[in-house]
Ligand binder design. Structure first.
Ligand code: UDP
Length: 405
């Protein structure tokens, strides 16, 4: 099958942990790699951000990155990139017309989906939409900047016109139906995958030494794009309530260079007398992250909302228990009392309580770690990519049947 992945506003090769590059980039990159490994022809389309970068680049056999000109050849944030979506869709159409027509188009985030839909329609191929985050849901979480109505309106149209809506958690189906009036019959849920070769248990002591964590000091870890929705404020407040001696919080991830949120969180830690207990590491290369997960006693995901939460699954694959908010995809990946804890309230006390339980009980931690590692097996990319390919087969077959009828 020839598959087009449309990842418009950020390249799947972008360095991770900035404001714009996170779970979606990992998802598109790893899914495409695995689909190509399984024998499909995959083109990943992204907006050209650098005039000197080649238009096409073979990343692996069967896997091609296609950078197409639309707007200035420079990095743009997604708001600035939005006006060039039609231009990009037309460029994909021209590219495909000169080469090979895709059998299926998979559009990511509302922007990639908007371009993907126009491309799919012109190519006569079915369109699978994956929103990754939904504007309406972000607005209801009430912590980040308000998402514009135009985005939400576009998401509603895309949900109505897609051949299939793929989500990483079944929970999102409820939201799509309730807030977007989307049709359940066209929804499918397949979790994100994790590279279990890369994310596996490592020697804890060696990893702690590598990161300069002293002695048996309890170490908590947070990994993500530093934005308000991630709830790092809750985590700092929880840290202040721990009765443990000198815990350490490692916060991994950048805020895209703006720095405002990081400064705010640093000030929050200082005000709580925790300046020496919180280390902001900035963005860390994806391949180095296993060391961080393995060094930590607990990984914390205190998000106000999370559509899937890859970092939590990566932590579990490394054998690190997770304490997470009971929201979105985390509900389906973390099993309360088995491989971590789920906290139903977005406030520091219950986080502090469960963190303390885990910090104080090495045996419980070891049990959770084993369970976490086991539970990560179902996120292996080979199985996940096969399920996604089966979904593509389904929409292709449905189209063909519709064309015959
Ligand atoms: N990540 C990374 N380096 C960083 C911060 C994050 O490689 O400094 C990766 C992390 O390993 C995960 C992704 O970015 O794969 C974040 O995905 P998640 O689903 O947790 O959050 P999202 O970005 O989708 O909100």
């Amino acid at each position: 099958m020839r598959i087009a992945q449309v990842c418009y506003h950020t390249s799947p090769l972008a360095p991770l942990g900035g404001r714009q590059a996170g779970g979606m980039n990992v998802y598109v990159r790893e899914l495409s790699r695995e689909l190509a490994r399984q024998g499909h022809e995959v083109d990943v389309f992204t907006r050209r951000e650098d005039a000197d970068a080649p238009e096409t680049e073979m990343l692996a056999p069967g896997l091609r990155l296609v950078r197409l000109a639309a707007g200035p050849p420079a990095p743009l944030d997604k708001e600035a990139a939005a006006p060039f979506i039609p231009e990009f869709a037309a460029a994909m159409g021209r590219f495909a017309a000169a080469g090979a027509r895709p059998d299926v188009v998979h559009g990511h985030y509302w922007q990639g989906a908007a371009a993907g839909e126009a491309f799919a329609r012109a190519a006569g191929a079915p369109h699978v939409v994956m929103f990754h985050t939904l504007g309406e849901v972000k607005n209801r979480a009430r912590v980040s900047e308000r998402e514009p109505l135009a985005r939400i309106r576009r998401e509603r149209e895309l949900a109505a016109s897609a051949d299939a809506i793929l989500t990483a958690s079944a929970h999102e189906h409820v939201l799509l139906e309730r807030y977007y009036g989307a049709d359940r019959a066209r929804m499918a849920s397949i979790p994100c995958g994790v590279d279990t070769e890369r994310f596996r248990p490592h020697d804890r002591e060696a990893c702690r030494r590598a990161l300069g964590i002293e002695g048996e000091r309890p170490a908590l870890l947070w990994v993500g794009r530093l934005e308000k929705l991630k709830g790092v404020d809750i985590l700092i407040d929880a840290l202040a309530q721990l009765r443990e001696a000198d815990p350490l919080l490692l916060a991994v991830g950048g805020d895209g260079g703006a720095g405002a949120l990081r400064a705010e969180l640093e000030e929050r830690a200082r005000a709580a007398g925790l300046a020496a207990n919180v280390r902001f590491a900035g963005a860390v290369a994806h391949e180095e992250l296993p060391v961080w997960y393995a060094a930590a006693d607990v990984c914390v995901a205190p998000s106000y909302y999370e559509s899937f939460g890859l970092a939590a699954v990566e932590a579990m694959a490394c054998g690190t228990p997770v304490v997470a908010s009971r929201v979105g995809g985390l509900i389906e990946t973390v099993t309360d009392g088995v491989n971590g804890y789920l906290i139903p309230w977005r406030c520091p006390e219950p986080f502090a309580e469960k963190l303390e339980v885990l910090i104080r009980n090495p045996e419980l931690r070891a049990n959770f770690a084993r369970a976490a590692r086991r539970s990560a097996a179902r996120f292996r990319w080979d199985g996940i990519a096969r399920r996604v390919a089966a979904l593509y087969d389904g929409v292709v077959a449905a189209r063909a049947a519709g064309a015959v009828a």
